[in-house]
Design a binder for this molecule. Structure first.
Ligand SMILES: [Zn+2]
Ligand SMILES: [Zn+2]
Length: 445
């Protein structure tokens, strides 16, 4: 018997956390994240029903990793291993230390963990390579490539005679930097799948088309003397945006204006350099021939003084964190640049409900930064550089797996998960489909 308890990430995007337990007393977690758009208790996952012995971390994004340091603080005696790909461990450490630093900037809140808790993760990290089986707490586990960000994984586990696949965040097509999700997966009974863009109305245009539109809009803004702010997640979307712009500048489509890089992106680019062998062949070839990562091209300028891009009289692009405008240097640029109607803000990723990014996406033109209202007179555009599969992609992915009896939908806004559940029930009548509520326990006998 396997018992799955959904501690977060149900009918929401955030605080991904699933507890897996079996009759022979295995107890481990799949991910352990926070909800970036929520405050207080809705920010964190629920308490696990029994002390976990290990954790599998699918990728570094904070909605999957953000609670880890608090968890290990509470369960130090019990936790023996944190399994992930090596690059996931490296990037998670950068993101967690950064979120600690940001929480220390504010006097009104106490940081919920400290540096030692983050270093504890490093000490107990177990490196896992894709497609190499490994023992986990009374069962077996295999990590597959999930195509979402560098090092991101799906987890296949066999425990007590049952097989489960947790897709985590899944991208079924190649991006500029990394490969798409593995399609050849061992047969599995129960699939826990994400549903961020799972609604029937969610259809991603081709990546080529999105990149072209992005370049055209950037060009238009630069030509009218404007500045372009690209708020982006430090991992994945930033590098995609950088390499898209680099390619369009190289081809002569975009003028060679300064492209400023600010925030955590700089540190993550260094990690990309270390793990260049995980990148797409085109980039690997470019690095081999030029002995230089395209992320280090001379069109990029690392920001040392934020006033430089702000007060310069020349048009420019600033790629900076955070992607949902909740913190990081982007807030500073918003304050100074959003009121000028020549400028352009390019949203590049999923915007969680409750974030400033979502407010802008929903058309709000006055947003508050530390109680100060900021008028958004500049142009705002969203580009679907999504690192998540759309409904068609999810369906294709599921159809390629043998033996599926049950599908559990998580990591999506309620309306999207329910819509996808309905569609799955119509298409695959023999499969049991479930959209769990927070705290739901699903037993597999
Ligand atoms: Zn993610
Ligand atoms: Zn996620």
């Amino acid at each position: 018997m396997v018992k799955l308890t959904f501690l977060g990430g149900t009918r929401e995007v955030g605080r991904a956390c699933i507890h897996v337990e079996s009759s022979d007393k295995s107890s481990f977690l799949l991910d352990c994240g926070i909800n970036l758009g929520e405050k207080e208790e809705k920010r964190y996952p629920l308490e696990p029903p029994s002390a976990p012995h290990s954790i599998v971390l699918t990728h570094a994004h904070l909605d999957h990793s953000g609670f880890l340091p608090i968890l290990v603080k509470n369960y130090k005696e019990n936790i023996e291993a944190i399994f992930s790909t090596p690059v996931t461990a490296d990037i998670a450490e950068v993101l967690l230390l950064d979120s600690l630093r940001l929480s220390k900037i504010r006097d009104d809140i106490e940081a919920p963990f400290d540096v030692e808790d983050v270093l504890y993760l490093r000490k107990h990290a177990v490196d896992v390579n894709y497609r190499v089986p490994l023992d986990i707490d009374g069962g077996q586990m295999i990590l597959y490539r999930s195509g979402h960000i560098i090092g991101a994984s799906m987890v296949w586990v066999e425990i007590d005679g049952h097989t489960i696949l947790y897709t985590s965040d899944l991208n079924t097509r190649h991006s500029r930097t990394i490969y798409q999700a593995d399609a050849e997966i061992l047969p599995v009974e129960t699939v826990i799948i994400e549903s961020t863009y799972a609604h029937t109305n969610d259809r991603h245009p081709s990546l080529k088309k999105i990149e072209r539109e992005f370049a055209e809009d950037v060009k238009r803004a630069l030509n009218r003397g404007g500045k372009v702010i690209v708020p982006a997640f430090a991992v994945g979307r930033s590098q995609e945006a950088m390499l898209t712009l680099e390619a369009y500048v190289r081809s002569g489509f975009l003028p060679k204006v300064p492209i400023y890089i600010d925030g955590l992106i700089r540190k993550i680019n260094e990690v990309y350099k270390l793990y260049w062998f995980l990148l797409r062949p085109e980039i690997r070839r470019q690095i081999r021939y030029t002995k230089q990562s395209p992320l280090e091209s001379d069109i990029f300028r690392l920001v040392s003084d934020r006033d430089e891009p702000i007060s310069s009289l020349e048009p420019c692009v600033v790629i900076t964190t955070s992607g949902m405008l909740e913190g990081g240097p982007v807030v500073h640029y918003l304050k100074k640049l959003a009121e000028d109607e020549r400028n352009l803000i390019c949203l590049t990723g999923y915007q969680v409900e409750g974030t400033r990014g979502r407010q802008l996406q929903d058309g709000l033109r006055t947003i508050k930064i530390q109680d100060e209202p900021i008028n958004i007179n500049c142009e705002v555009k969203s580009f679907d550089f999504s690192a998540h599969a759309d409904q068609a992609g999810l369906l294709r992915f599921l159809s390629a797996i043998d033996g599926v009896q049950k599908v559990i939908l998580i990591h999506g806004e309620e309306s999207k998960s329910l819509n996808f559940a309905q569609r799955l029930k119509e298409l695959k009548k023999s499969i049991d489909v479930e959209v769990p509520q927070l705290g739901k326990v699903i037993t597999i006998d």
